[in-house]
Design a binder for this molecule. Structure first.
Ligand code: B3K
Ligand code: ZN
Length: 878
């Protein structure tokens, strides 16, 4: 980010608002092209603001109809107005009522921010700065108001009128129109406002809270899709119960509503009492949703519900504090899933995702701290760093201070800050207070970007019976942060003896326990009374988001892969051996040397498919090789995605050949399962079955392809069908084309299923993929105004297809850049997201690097760039 950029908003410049708004009375008169919004605001000067300040309200593409103070309309010379601002130079110096009338066109709103139409329904999205597209407002999260919303619309088109809070009144409004009045007693920032109007079906239930209040729980979906709503409904109730049991948080309105809409820029939104969801994360039936979809729905329902306390009751003072609600809420949803499904498997999945998205971001030009210092466009900071690294920071805090102090800190936070807009400092202060710890150095996790690199050296002294672990840490330079300080890195450690048991941890003068806080550039731990050389199990359960390199041998790792009592490290040890082998294969290719083999890896993978292995989900994780992205990050520079793909395919084939018998046996054992159920145990079984199938069909092996075809044809649920299709899509063209055509025929009327069909084709590592994607974009099933379609086709190509996006001829880069430019005007947020595919372009080998840069420069030079796209290309090139 360039320092001279005039658009930059800086944390250091924060000052309290000059005015506060206590109540908002909103009257929204719906019309497809001319919706009239009347806002009556009770405004007063903020005692903490500047005296005699002008009142400057935010707007965005707004048309003002009138503005009045205490009932008297203001003349043109008393105000300054533009679509982006409404300023009143001399407002009253005491409390007053401000009435603003604006007119908006929800049908023309292709940006999907503010009030827009999705299919036939009206819906809103206000985070981060969408409320200002509805009415002029102090659109900042530290202005908290109580909202009363009256909505009026044509009864036939919008029989359903929803907003935040509790329903107060509803009825006919004359001339074929109806109205509803909603009141939300909880003061909230404008970004949590929501309104939905349309003709939707309701699927509902009730939930009795801990204190005995009955809450209506309602899910709204398109008519005809009611049978796909019960899973989400049940997930809401389970989330409500869990938050009571684990965090002591109860729901606080008479009704909790979730609405599924088909046009949505992201996953879902936690508007108070009225969560709006991308329909992809609500609708589920065995015939239409995969196990992965069920898991996502459950996790996202939980996430948005948990925001009710971490985000809504306690919100952010300013957008720099975004991780205050997002990191914490991700942590909470991860814990929910861990309690609901398998804790070790959830941890492995989260770490895989963290490395794929966040480590990648942190290693490139878009790296930024968990709490950024400045932004040009806040919507570009809803990132894996703010969300997932933000959650890791909270997890580390819990490891460092222990679960009891963590719980006490959370309780204090809820007690002390309920109803407030807070900062990270206020949050951390609660934990410092209850634990008596100085968390000053810990705050570096919020300030410093970049993934810390920890290098471990070990030494065993047989005579002295000591085992020494020396840990050196270094945080690499990132944009705007050339030098770094050592962070507090919790290293949870075990020493595993030859019998597989953990040895006692004895360090002179140190308290017993597995958590060691690395606070210096180099830390040495001398373990005593160690009778034989142990295998060091470091960073158990991934106790810190660091990049680790160790001097552990492959023998040590293969031993840990079998014997470590920590399941995460059992998995990690196998992955590390595989990763070493993959990197060696890439090196050998470059040197023209034969591929180095590691036959012992096959033994580790074989264990996953052994009949004695009953934890199928864990086994499927063990069987899955590191991704091409993992290998690219390990190599770090001059990356050649084709070489990585070839190395990984070769290792997979090698394993498939070595394990042909056990793989076939496992597939046969797992294939018959009876009626479909989306529960975790059944899903695990399917995951392992698909893993076996994936190996069996490696390299297009006819036997594996035949099995995939049989599974596809006989599938009774979408998981089997889509996974078999995925396998077939990588096989010879006739089998692939037949299966793809069949899938299209079966599901062409269901856009969410056509998205899966798009995604499979866009992710295929085949030379004709780009042509295919371009051709699919011209079919009627594709609609560039629908973000789900764009993400499934163009997003999957850019971010999920390393070889084809990174084609050596540069056409992959040019394509994604071209679509981003096309979307720049209509939906800048989605356009900017697509360009995230370029986040690691600097690590590529020179030819590709040059082509990627040229594509980015072409975007940068285009006229009329939105702040969203302009910000990403500037920083990517910066
Ligand atoms: N808070 C929303 C994300 C809003 C994104 C705005 N560009 C969903 C979530 O994190 O729960
Ligand atoms: Zn969130």
């Amino acid at each position: 980010m360039r320092a001279e950029d005039p658009q930059l908003v800086r944390l250091a410049d924060y000052r309290p608002s000059d005015f506060l708004i206590d109540t908002v009375d909103l009257d929204v008169n719906l019309d497809p092209h001319a919706t009239r919004v009347t806002a009556r605001l009770k405004v007063r000067p903020n005692p903490e603001g500047r005296e005699n300040a002008a009142l400057a309200l935010d707007g965005d593409e707004l048309k003002l109809v009138s503005v009045a103070i205490d009932g008297a309309e203001l003349e043109a010379d008393a105000i300054e107005v533009s679509p982006e601002r409404l300023s009143i130079a001399n407002p009253p110096r005491g409390p007053f009522e401000l009435t603003i009338v604006t007119k908006i066109d929800p049908t023309a709103n292709t940006r999907l921010m503010g009030l827009y139409r999705s299919n036939a329904s009206y819906t809103t999205q206000c985070e981060a700065e969408g409320f200002r597209r509805i009415t002029y407002f102090l659109d900042r999260p530290d202005v908290l108001a109580v909202y009363t919303t009256r909505i009026e619309g044509p009864t036939d088109e919008t029989p359903l009128l929803l907003s935040n809070g509790n329903l107060m009144e509803t009825g006919p409004a004359g001339r074929g129109r109806s109205y509803a009045v909603w009141h939300d007693p909880h003061p909230k920032p404008s970004y949590l406002f929501a309104l939905v109007a349309g003709d939707l079906a309701k699927v509902s239930d009730t939930f009795v809270t801990l204190s005995g209040r009955t809450v209506a729980v309602e899910v709204f979906v398109e008519h005809g899709k009611e049978d796909r709503a019960p899973y989400a409904l049940d997930a809401i109730k389970r989330s409500m119960r869990w938050d009571e049991e684990v965090f002591g948080r109860e729901y606080d309105l008479d009704v909790f509503m979730v609405v599924a809409v088909s046009h949505f820029n992201m996953g879902a939104m936690e508007n108070k009492g009225l969560n709006v969801f991308n329909d992809k994360y609500v609708l589920a039936s065995p015939e239409t949703a995969t196990d992965g979809d069920y898991a996502n729905i459950e996790a996202i329902i939980a996430h948005e519900y948990f925001h009710n306390w971490t985000g809504n009751r306690i919100t952010c003072r300013d957008w720099f504090q975004l991780c205050l609600k997002e990191g914490l809420t991700v942590f909470r949803d991860q814990e929910f899933t861990s309690d609901t499904r398998s804790r070790p498997v959830k941890r492995i999945q989260d770490v895989r995702a963290l490395r794929a998205a966040q480590f990648a971001e942190d290693s490139g030009p878009l790296a930024h701290p968990v709490r950024p210092q400045a932004y040009a466009e806040i919507n570009n900071f809803y990132t894996p760093t703010v969300y997932e690294k933000g959650a890791e920071v909270i997890r580390m805090l819990k490891v460092l201070i222990g679960p009891e102090a963590f719980k006490a800190g959370m309780d204090l936070y809820f007690d002390r800050h309920d109803g407030q807009a807070c900062t990270i400092e206020q949050f951390i202060a609660c934990f410092a207070e209850v634990s008596g710890r100085d968390l000053g150095q810990f705050m570096l996790w919020y300030h410093q970007a970049g993934t810390p690199e920890v290098t471990i050296r070990t030494a065993y002294d047989a005579a002295a019976k000591t085992f020494t672990v020396t840990a050196a840490q270094r945080v690499p330079a990132t944009p705007g942060q050339p030098t770094k300080q050592p962070a507090v890195v919790p290293m949870v450690t075990g020493l595993v003896g030859p019998d597989g048991a953990d040895m006692p941890l004895v360090i002179a003068g140190a308290p017993a326990g597995p958590v060691f806080a690395l606070t210096e550039a180099e830390t040495t731990l001398v373990f005593e009374q160690v009778p034989v050389r142990p295998a060091a199990s470091l960073f158990r359960n991934f106790s810190a988001p660091v990049k680790l390199s160790t001097d552990l041998t492959d023998d040590d790792l293969l031993f840990l892969a079998k014997s470590d009592s920590d399941p995460f490290n059992r998995w990690q040890a196998g992955q590390t051996v595989a990763l070493r082998n993959l990197v060696a294969r890439v090196d050998a290719q470059r040197a023209g040397a034969p591929a180095p083999e590691e036959p012992r890896l096959a033994e580790a993978v074989a264990r996953a498919f052994d009949p004695s292995e009953t934890d199928h989900a864990f086994a499927a994780q063990v069987a899955a090789l590191p991704s091409e992205g993992d290998v690219a990050r390990e190599i770090g520079e001059d990356v050649d995605p084709d070489a990585i793909h070839a190395a990984r395919a070769a290792l997979k084939l090698d394993l498939a050949r070595r394990l042909a018998g056990p793989l076939a046996a496992a597939f046969e054992r797992l294939v018959d399962e009876g009626p479909y159920s989306p529960d975790a145990a059944s899903a695990s079984r399917r995951a392992l079955k698909i893993s076996a199938l994936d190996y069996l069909a490696a390299g297009g092996a006819p036997d594996g392809v035949a099995r995939a075809k049989a599974l596809y044809d006989g599938a009774t649920n979408m998981t089997d069908r889509i996974m078999a299709l995925q396998v077939l899509s990588l096989s010879a063209s006739d089998a692939r084309d037949a299966a793809l055509a069949d899938f299209h025929d079966r599901y062409k009327s269901d856009p969410l299923l056509i998205d899966k069909w798009f995604l499979i084709q866009a992710s295929a590592p085949l030379p004709d993929t780009l042509d295919r994607v371009r051709a699919l974009m011209t079919t009627p099933a594709f609609d560039i105004r629908n973000p789900n379609r764009v993400r499934s086709l163009v997003g999957a190509f850019g971010s999920g297809n390393p070889t084809q996006f990174n084609r050596a001829d540069g056409l992959g880069y040019a394509f994604v850049a071209e679509v981003a430019r096309e979307l720049n005007g209509t939906n800048p947020q989605v356009a900017a997201r697509l360009l995230g595919a370029f986040k690691t372009w600097r690590a590529l080998e020179p030819v590709r690097r040059g082509k990627a840069e040229a594509a980015l420069r072409a975007v940068a030079a285009a006229p009329g760039l939105s702040p969203d796209v302009g910000d990403i290309v500037r920083r990517a090139l910066g």
